[in-house]
Write a protein that binds this ligand. Structure first.
Ligand code: SAM
Length: 347
């Protein structure tokens, strides 16, 4: 996410300057490394108000991943005290607005974890526990109410945008915040961007808000997620996002040759939609491709598959960069591959 990189000797001055103007994002913890600290800021609108600081060389704009606020060390100690140290608290918990989401193995440990979280994070009003894995075509999961206010509607802020959703009805993961910030910073003004598998709209809205001259088409199959996307577009005044309800494979037919950039955040099955990406792409197009793969060899596995599919179509394929997004299971990780496709010139 967007942040300010500040020399430690200027840190206190800059921190107070930001706090007085409500420009820092208190949902995340300030990070320090070497001679610098990194202060998360509340999105692009904040960055525009920072001219004075940046002009005086007190800070520079940067981007990195941040830990959510809340005392994690305190959390570990408190959990270990409350649950006798046996609980697997290494999974941590997610915060979506005033809802905390835990992954507990029993009702007893869910209540124990919830008590600890509500004790150290006074902003939490509701605790829910994951009730199973993400599954099905819509990539949703079951949630079990644990304690606090009984609700499933979250209002979540990230990178200066706000997203609303019922966590049971649409996929959303705060753990992808860094990825969304990364794609936003790679997109440039004037591009046509297609976000496949758009969910409640986070990739599309963040790109569109950061680059007002982009045209962003956001395609989603799950009617509930689509409805939240439409709400979130309005909420964030992202007028340059066109939401489309439907199957990517069918919708792509209506956008032949449209996209300079395509985002494919369906790691379970992005591969099956490469044909749709080829259709929607301009002659030269950058693709952000998400996939699950083996810990040791994910990049090579997927490059081989992609090349085998694209080469017979006469499409050149070049990897621009890649990264591990997150661990997925004991043996698998989710990776992001950014690649460029270059189609043959047609006569
Ligand atoms: N991009 C969103 C995000 O980061 O929060 C959602 C990603 S979620 C892993 C994948 C989404 O793709 C789900 O919302 C699912 O309903 C949608 N989806 C699955 N198959 C689809 C298809 N054939 N066409 C359009 N959307 C699809």
């Amino acid at each position: 996410m967007l942040c300010l990189k500040v020399r430690k000797d200027n840190a206190e001055k800059v921190r107070k300057y930001l706090a007085r103007r409500k420009l820092s994002d208190n949902n995340y913890r300030i990070y320090g490394s070497g001679k610098f600290i990194y202060i998360p800021i509340a999105g692009l609108s904040a960055s525009r108000q920072l001219g004075a600081l940046l002009g005086r060389g007190m800070a520079e704009l940067s981007s990195r991943r941040f830990e959510p606020a809340g005392n994690r060390q305190g959390y570990r100690k408190a959990v270990s005290r409350a649950l006798g140290g046996s609980e697997d608290y290494s999974k941590g918990y997610d915060v979506m607005g005033d809802i905390a989401i835990i992954d507990a193995r029993s009702r007893k440990s869910a209540l124990g974890l919830a008590k600890v979280i509500m004790g150290i994070n006074k902003g939490i009003k509701t605790v829910l526990s994951k009730g199973g894995p993400v599954s099905g075509e819509y990539r949703t999961r079951r949630y079990v109410y644990v304690c606090g206010e009984r609700k499933f509607d979250a209002v979540y802020r990230e990178n200066g945008c706000t997203f609303m959703m019922d966590v049971r009805k649409a996929f959303f993961s705060p753990r992808l915040s860094y990825e969304r910030g990364r794609i936003r910073s790679l997109a440039t003004d004037g591009e046509n961007v297609m976000v496949m598998f758009a969910g409640t709209g986070p990739f599309a809205i963040e790109v569109a808000k950061a680059h007002s001259n982009t045209k962003v088409v956001a395609i989603e199959l799950n009617r509930n997620a689509y409805r939240y996307m439409v709400k979130n577009i309005k909420l964030n005044k992202a007028v340059n996002v066109e939401p489309v309800l439907g199957d990517v494979k069918e919708v792509a037919l209506r956008y032949k040759g449209f996209a300079d950039r395509i985002v494919m955040p369906l790691p379970k099955d992005s591969y099956s939609f490469i044909g749709a990406a080829v259709l929607a792409a301009k002659r030269r197009c950058v693709v952000h491709y998400y996939a699950f793969g083996s810990k040791d060899n994910a990049l090579a596995e997927h490059c081989e598959k992609l090349r085998a599919l694209l080469k017979p179509k006469g499409i050149r394929f070049r990897v621009l960069s890649w990264r591990v997004v997150r661990p997925y299971s004991a043996s698998e990780v989710e990776i992001a591959i950014d690649f460029e496709m270059l189609k043959k010139k047609t006569a």
